[in-house]
Ligand binder design. Structure first.
Ligand SMILES: [Zn+2]
Length: 152
């Protein structure tokens, strides 16, 4: 999977990750759903990001995130009305690498791009994107590219 981020989208979700530190932030990546959505070779272009509240209790927010499923369902309906959809979910890992945790694996849904931004001491570091494998037992890493970057 290749996830294209516009400079504005990348800047905003990185700012969100810094502002939430040392708690995890979370939000959605929005764009046009491709016909092959969920396919390993898909190309996703995030046109917008949308900040959401991490709904875990305060003491848990430093190591996991949760999105209200009713909010998610409502947003998907609203996006569909303007021909857009949820391409994926982003969240931050305060003082941890941008690799999915066992919790992330347990709670991931098929097809969505999971973008993780590592934040160390309030400074955002690398961002990596992950797609659940077909057997749902692991993640496959994709590539994060700036919009309009040449194909590798
Ligand atoms: Zn995580």
């Amino acid at each position: 999977m290749r996830l294209e981020l516009s400079p504005a989208v990348e800047a905003d979700l990185r700012a969100h990750a810094r502002e939430a530190h040392p708690q995890e932030c979370c939000g959605l990546l929005i764009g046009i759903l491709p016909d092959d959505f969920g396919a390993p070779q898909q190309r996703l272009a995030a046109e917008e990001s949308l900040r959401l509240d991490n709904t875990w209790e305060t003491e848990t927010r430093g190591r996991r995130y949760q999105i209200d499923s009713s909010v998610f369902a409502r947003l998907e309906r609203e996006l569909a009305e303007r021909g857009r959809g949820v391409l994926g979910v982003y969240h931050s890992h305060p003082n941890h690498a941008a690799w999915p945790s066992p919790f992330d694996l347990d709670h991931a849904w098929p097809s969505y791009a999971y973008l993780i931004v590592s934040v160390r001491d309030g400074v955002d570091r690398d961002a990596r994107v992950w797609l659940l494998s077909a057997d749902r037992n692991s993640f496959v890493e994709g590539s994060v590219v700036q919009e309009n970057a040449p194909c590798p």
